[in-house]
Each structure stands twice: as structure tokens, then as C-alpha cells.
Design a protein around this ligand. Structure first.
Ligand code: TRP
Length: 436
């Protein structure tokens, strides 16, 4: 476990055309991260997720093409990372079902996206589930399957997705508890330093606000869109504020530190809005123009992208297929000739409990010890003169758990390679079992 490389995984829903906000917030940092050493990156086009929000088949296909071309044009190296399309991995919907069966319906009731729809319906006086598909309801489980299938450690996402990662973690925990240690518990990775880009109207750049600048607009289109970015009515020559200036914030997301300082000074000195817009156009174009050509080439050669995605799917399935085989075995979806007991059968682990042993030694004293469910020595007492004292110590541990330990400190010897957490967990497990 310890020397495994960290595995990063993230999905991009294939609705819409990538815009500058996607580039700055997701594509650019992800491509940069994928070049780091010691990381294994998985990026995929979440087209099953796209079906939840979009009923336009051609748009899904077009968006898949555009997003794939954007990531590749931005420098994603499909040799270094695993870049694939979700719907090319049939194991994902299969795992979705296994996870569905270990996920509480009440947990899904609380998922933000579903709850938002319910709240909206309630406010409008409609049936709470009006126009809510089961797909929207199940969104977090499909996402859990995406993540758990590839044993991702870190999932770089926006803040709005944290809850989904926590749910995936809970699904993994629940699955492992029932069927043995098969899945890795993932963590969300929130990039604090990544800029949130304002859109044309100054609000966050987002498809849903219809205020975006497409990443690969032509220079002419880019110029037109930038001309429409909101400013205040300060005249040329009047000092301007960088705070709240969408133009400044977008510029900053592309510029070097010294370029940003220079623009800040120009604001104070009363640069005209028209000149800021020209600076911004040139600065964005400086980064995007070299990729734009590559993007156009890719868009015009969908067969090439398709081949890259197929190669990615092969890499991904080389992991997904054996894991799914393992999970099917674990849950009992087995050939009838397969013996019922498979390695790592959790039943045994589940029924085995930590145990207390009380005994007398050759020195005539009375001792006790606590063994973990795996038989490992966790606590070892010193000698007691009478058996009753040893018994009382055991009872206090059985009734109070770890909080009883400080009072017993003088009567315990230290055991090597055992952490207080191990002891506390075993005591808790004992108490949980006794309470049943
Ligand atoms: N739900 C994510 C979004 O809208 C996209 C996504 C789907 C995803 N599956 C994922 C992200 C798995 C991270 C991991 O942004």
C-alpha cells in the first residue's frame, strides 16, 4: 500500500463547449498536474452523466468531441495519462449497481443537486419529485463508481462536488465493511489557488449564466466577446479600481505576476477601458493561439480522437475488468462451481472479535491481555495479586472502552507496534458487539 503512486481521477461532463473558465479552473491545472512525477492521472469524459442533464444526442456527441479536442490541444499527453470515455467502460454501470445496493436512499435524498430540485418544486407548490429523473437521483452513485473503479486516492473537483466525493467514500467504506477490503477510500482535492473566472457579466463564468467565452473562439470572436465584458463608466484618464473588475481578473488568470503588477499600475493611472480590452485580447490570444491550430486539426479529424479514446479505454479496462471480476466474486455473483469460500472472505473477519484473556502465570500472579480480532496482542497487564482485580480491570475496559485506560496505566505494560488508536478501535468493536 505505502509505495503506491498517488492516483488522481476526474471527470468532465460532456455537455457544452469548453470555455475560458473551464480552461483556467480545470484543464490547465489538470494538464500541469499530469506532467508531475509520481502521479497517475485518470481523466475521462463523463458522457453517462451528460445524459442526466441533456436530451440532445447530437449535442452530447459534439460536446464529447470538443472537450476531448480541447484537453488534447491543451497538452494532455494520452501516453502519460489514462484518457477515456466513461461509456466505453461497461464495468462502470455494472459497479454502479453494486454500489446502489449498499447506498442508503436517505443519503441520496440529501444530495445537493437532487435536494435543489426538490426545494424548487416545493417552493413552486409542485409535487416534490416533479420533473426529477431517477438519473438525477442516482447521479452520486454513478460518480462513485467512476471513482472507486480506478481506486483513485485524490479527486480534483470544484467545491460543489465535495459532497459527491464524501458519498463515494462512504460507499467504499460500506462495501468494504460488508464484503472485505476491495475499494480505496477517495478524497476530494480542492485547488485553493485556482482562479474562479468571471464571465461577460461579471458573475462566475458558467454555462448556466450564458456568460461564457468559448476557449477556442477565433481571434475575431474573442475580440467581440471581450468588447462586451462589463466595466463601470469611468472615463479614460480617470483612475480605475481592480477590485471587482472582470477584465482585470481574467487578465490576471493568464498573466505573469509582473504583467499583473503593470496592469494594476495602469488602472491607477487611468488607462481607458478600450485599452484594457486590447491588452486582455492580446494576452489571452498569446496563450490560446498556439493551441487553437492544434484544436482545429483535431476537430477536423474525429477518427484520430476516437482512436486515442479507444486506446484509453483499453488501458482503463485492463484495470476495470479484473476489479469487477473480483467484486462479483466478493458479493456472490459466482459460477455455481466456484467454492463458496474465497480468499479475504469478510464473514470470518466480521464474526471474529477482539477478546480478553485472563490467566495465571508461574509467578503466581494474575494477568490479562486484550487480543485484536486478528489475534494480535494489543494490551498486556502487569501481575495482579488476586484474580478479582484483574477481572475488575477487564470489566472497566469492557464497559468504558478507551476512556478507562488512563486509570489503568499503572497496571499495563507497553506493547510494541500498537497504537492507542488500535486499542481504542478494538475496545469499541468489543463494546459494539456486546451491545447487539
Ligand atoms: N460530476 C462532475 C461535475 O459535474 C463530473 C464527474 C462525473 C466527475 N464523474 C466524476 C468528477 C468522477 C470527478 C470524479 O463536475
Amino acid at each position: 500500500m505505502t509505495n503506491q503512486p498517488q492516483r488522481f481521477l476526474t471527470g468532465i461532463t460532456t455537455t457544452g463547449t469548453p470555455h475560458l473558465g473551464n480552461y483556467v479552473g480545470s484543464i490547465r491545472p489538470s494538464v500541469a498536474a499530469s506532467k508531475g512525477v509520481g502521479a497517475e492521472s485518470f481523466y475521462f469524459l463523463a458522457d453517462y452523466h451528460a445524459l442526466i442533464k441533456c436530451g440532445e444526442p447530437d449535442r452530447i456527441q459534439r460536446s464529447t468531441l470538443e472537450i476531448a479536442a480541447s484537453w488534447l490541444a491543451a497538452g494532455l499527453d494520452p501516453e502519460r495519462v489514462t484518457f477515456y470515455r466513461q461509456s466505453d467502460i461497461p464495468e462502470i454501470p455494472e459497479l454502479t449497481w453494486l454500489l446502489t445496493c449498499v447506498t442508503g436512499k436517505g443519503v441520496l435524498n440529501r444530495a445537493h443537486a437532487y435536494k435543489a430540485s426538490v426545494d424548487k418544486n416545493e417552493a413552486a407548490g409542485n409535487d416534490v419529485d416533479a420533473d426529477v429523473t431517477a438519473g438525477l437521483f442516482m447521479y452520486p452513485v454513478l460518480m462513485g463508481a467512476d471513482i472507486l473503479m480506478f481506486k483513485a486516492h485524490k479527486v480534483p473537483v470544484g467545491r460543489d462536488q465535495i459532497q459527491h466525493i464524501e458519498m463515494a467514500r462512504d460507499m467504499a467504506q460500506r462495501f468494504n465493511h460488508l464484503y472485505g477490503e476491495h475499494l480505496v477510500l477517495p478524497e476530494a482535492l480542492i485547488e485553493e489557488s485556482v482562479a474562479l473566472l468571471p464571465g461577460l457579466d461579471g458573475r462566475k463564468m458558467s454555462k448556466s449564466y450564458d456568460n461564457t467565452i468559448p476557449l477556442f473562439s477565433s481571434r475575431t470572436e474573442l475580440k467581440k466577446l471581450i468588447a462586451g465584458i462589463v466595466t463601470d463608466s469611468r472615463e479614460p484618464g480617470q483612475a480605475k479600481q481592480v477590485e471587482g473588475s472582470a477584465l482585470f481578473q481574467i487578465y490576471q488568470a493568464f498573466a505573469t505576476e509582473s504583467e499583473t503588477i503593470a496592469l494594476r499600475r495602469a488602472y491607477a493611472e487611468g488607462i481607458s477601458w478600450g485599452d484594457v480590452k486590447t491588452l486582455l485580447l492580446d494576452r489571452i490570444d498569446q496563450d490560446i493561439a498556439p493551441m487553437r491550430e492544434h484544436y482545429q486539426e483535431l476537430i477536423n479529424d474525429p477518427g484520430k480522437i476516437e482512436a486515442i479514446l479507444q486506446a484509453g479505454a483499453d488501458k482503463a479496462r485492463a484495470l476495470a475488468t479484473p476489479l469487477m471480476r473480483e467484486l462479483r466474486m466478493a458479493v456472490g455473483l459466482r459460477k455455481l462451481v466456484t467454492p463458496a469460500v474465497v480468499p479475504h472472505q469478510p464473514k470470518a473477519a466480521k464474526s471474529a472479535l477482539p477478546s480478553f484473556k485472563q490467566y495465571r502465570q508461574a509467578d503466581g500472579q494474575f494477568y490479562f491481555k486484550l487480543l485484536g480480532s486478528d489475534g494480535k496482542l494489543l494490551l498486556q497487564s502487569l501481575g495482579f495479586a488476586v484474580p478479582k482485580e484483574a477481572a475488575l480491570a477487564i470489566v472497566s475496559l469492557q464497559q468504558q472502552g478507551a476512556p478507562a485506560l488512563p486509570a489503568l496505566a499503572g497496571q499495563l505494560q507497553s506493547v510494541e507496534n500498537v497504537s492507542p488508536e488500535d486499542i481504542a478501535a478494538a475496545l469499541q468493536q468489543w463494546m459494539d458487539a456486546a451491545a447487539r
